[in-house]
Design a protein around this ligand. Structure first.
Ligand code: CUA
Length: 327
């Protein structure tokens, strides 16, 4: 187990956008509550004005005269129109100014990003490259993003096949991943914890099973995690039954750094056991779930690119034993 494979705090924020924990998301949340409050006040004022006007303007006798309306017309009503328009204008200009201010504030982080990630949305998982422009610090992982608390992280978003959308509601709004272009967003967690993310652009049958996690740790814990991820896999003798089987049956699609498995179409499994879930948040990461997933992914996530492996019982046991060394 790597140092940060267990949450550093018990806190975990699911997919709620009402409670945010970072400077990219907080201003939007305040704006949302502010607009909701302003809208409610406007509705209340208009409701009262309509009811008040209807009551005030009633004909004293309440009778309908000569087929006309049962209302008085005293004049002086024009003043209310001027007052109403002025109030509307003030409210709309204030909302516009607040919105533009939030857009400017959340457009980019206040400080230079401490970390750059390249995240590629794929059917149906997230391919994550750390520090893509710094070979000494670059490694690839999947479906779980670790970040240092309180530091801005730039996220370059690529589309691997179709359009997906990267969303961590507690940390930042949605940004699409589009094939052929690079979109950029940023994250900054103000508190340690595990923040859930989700693809929010319909991208095929397993769109709903395309979750990920952002784990925010204190900088020292994050650095220990990064150093662990930078290492190649624990050396298992290539002749070991599970290791040979992995290269033969899984290596065309999956990479384990330090072994002969170098496939690029599925998630990098070098430090598989350091992750909380498998299959992009679909299953917990434990021996039983791994065995079930490897033996028949189509039963768990129909349509996923990983085919059934048709391994025998003893082969599954060997493969699981090997996978469990990938800490
Ligand atoms: Cu990827 Cu929806």
């Amino acid at each position: 187990m790597t140092p940060s494979s267990a949450p550093t705090t018990g806190e975990r924020w699911p997919l709620g956008y009402l409670e945010t924990h970072g400077p990219h998301a907080d201003p939007s949340t305040a704006l949302m509550w502010g607009l909701t409050a302003i809208s409610l006040v406007v509705v209340a004022i208009i409701t009262l004005a309509v009811i008040g006007g209807a009551l005030r303007g009633r004909s004293p006798s309440g009778a309908v005269r000569d087929g006309g309306l049962a209302v008085r017309r005293d004049g002086g009503g024009l003043l209310w129109i001027y007052v109403g328009m002025a109030l509307t204008l003030i409210a709309l200009v204030a909302i516009l100014a607040w919105t533009v201010d939030v857009l400017a504030e959340t457009n980019s982080p206040a400080h230079k990003p401490a970390l750059v990630l390249q995240v590629t949305g794929r059917q149906w998982w997230w391919d994550v490259t750390y520090s893509p422009d710094d070979p000494a610090r670059s490694f690839v992982t999947a479906n779980e993003i670790h970040v240092p608390v309180g530091q801005p992280v730039e996220v370059k978003l690529l589309g691997g096949d179709v359009i997906h959308s990267f969303w961590v509601p507690a940390l930042a709004g949605k940004t699409d991943t589009i094939p052929g272009r690079t979109n950029v967003t940023w994250l900054q967690a103000s508190e340690a914890g595990t923040y859930q993310g989700q693809c929010t652009e319909y991208c095929g049958v397993q769109h709903a099973h395309m979750s990920f996690f952002v784990v925010a740790d204190p900088p020292a814990v994050f650095e220990a995690w990064r150093q662990a991820q930078l290492r190649t896999a624990n050396a298992v003798p290539t002749a070991a039954p599970g290791a040979a089987l992995f290269v033969q049956r899984c290596g065309a699609c999956h990479t384990v750094r330090g072994s002969d498995a170098g496939g690029l179409s599925g998630p990098d499994l070098t430090h598989l056991m350091s992750r909380r879930t498998i299959a992009s948040g679909t299953l917990p990461n434990n021996g039983a779930a791994l065995t079930g997933w490897v033996s028949n992914p189509q039963a768990i996530k129909p349509g996923a690119r990983m085919p059934a492996t048709n391994l025998s019982g003893p082969e599954l046991v060997e493969l699981r034993a090997y996978l469990e060394t990938l800490t």
